[in-house]
Design a protein around this ligand. Sequence first.
Ligand SMILES: NC(=O)c1ccc[n+]([C@@H]2O[C@H](COP(=O)([O-])OP(=O)(O)OC[C@H]3O[C@@H](n4cnc5c(N)ncnc54)[C@H](O)[C@@H]3O)[C@@H](O)[C@H]2O)c1
Length: 451
Amino acid sequence: MQVLVIGSGYVGLVAATCFAEAGHRILGVDVDAAKVATLSRGESPIFEPGLDDLLKKHLASGALRFSTDLKEGIAEADAAFICVGTPQSDDGSADMRYVLAVAGQIGTAMALRSKAAKPLIVVDKSTVPVGTAARVHAEISARTDRAFEVVSNPEFLREGSAIGDFLEPDRVVVGCQTDHAETVMKALYQPFLDRSGGKWFRMDPASSELTKYAANAMLALRISFINEIANLAEDVGADVDHVKAAIGADRRIGPAFLNPGPGFGGSCFPKDLQALLKAGREHGHPLMSLATTVEANRLQKQVLLRKVKAFFSVKPGVPAPLKGRRFALWGLAFKANTDDIRESMSLELIEGLLTLGAEVAVHDFAAMEAVKARIGGKVHYAETPLAACEGADALLIATEWPQYRDADLEAVARALKARRIFDGRNLFRPEAMEAKGWTYFSIGRRAVMSS
Ligand SMILES: NC(=O)c1ccc[n+]([C@@H]2O[C@H](COP(=O)([O-])OP(=O)(O)OC[C@H]3O[C@@H](n4cnc5c(N)ncnc54)[C@H](O)[C@@H]3O)[C@@H](O)[C@H]2O)c1
């Protein structure tokens, strides 16, 4: 198959390289000329494990190339994937500007296709509100009489394991109207489903569009639920690790997405939940459980700062003056194995600490440059996790990079002013930390105080 992939961000780039890996011929398109130049040199502008190798491999094989102009590939294409951003608008809804702009460009470029060509399958892969397939269809048909069909095909990859998720999906969801569209989509995805044994779901476009939002909402709901149970566990003397293991063993519940933490962030959940809430309100079905999830998460993103303030406060209830205090912060990305800092709780934590007069030394394995570009010299950037700890009053952990779990805690203790960790990711067990004389705060387990 010949495929256009329009938008070369996290989703478009992963889709383009993985389709090339499956033997298809891909033109990756982006409006950002600098990004296209970087990609054409075989350099990935984003951090995603395994992506660099696939990119280099398929540029070399000729299966993959990049351009700023989708007209270069439209005449021969069997399918054109729209993978541009759908950020949050001021009113919470998804901003459809980029998707509709691409639809318009496709419509104009369709004149380059022969009248006898099979219908072009235009695929909405961006996360978009219900009704978008119809809007994209209208944008294109206003500009061309050539044959095409718009298909919804939401993406479920997770940053940090995006290549594996794409190559071995749990399921592929396709919202389409004709057998021709399904045949093209199956030809693209069958190699992946063969590898994973994943399920194929054909449905109407509206159901497909809603499936993506519903999946993200359900995952967010689980996270906020376990975070609230964790907060309660601390106060009633329970241990959330025991609770989550036992409820997760129930097959009706399952163990995934039950890890308490410092609140969810990232480029998807926050904006997708707002878009779904907006849709619910518009249609007279306010999604009350989702609204509570969002509010619980807003509070949870303050959890580490709350614990730090409580620990350093002179009297209970009196805000802690943190002037003259220094904190090491491990983890800036919203989760491990990505450089994405969109809606990362670390940024809120840094802001909170700075506002209270503290100094912050930060470390991350992939997201340092992104944070530098965002907040510049407000914090110290440490080359190593250990260097961030030098002279700090406490270590705060916000991202679950596996290297942090394996850190030499005795070296960390020597670098810090005191054996103190506020762990937002529950990387260590409280009893092990207690045995080694740490003051250790985590999420949903008892706090440990060194004497
Ligand atoms: N990032 C994820 O983990 C993830 C997972 C599933 C779904 N999604 C959804 O996929 C979509 C894309 O997300 P992303 O994280 O890849 O976004 P991104 O911001 O990383 O990438 C979007 C790319 O589109 C390009 N672009 C914008 N307008 C264009 C145009 N007219 N022509 C060509 N390129 C254009 C931008 O330059 C950018 O490179 C969003 O709707 C998102 O919600 C993202």
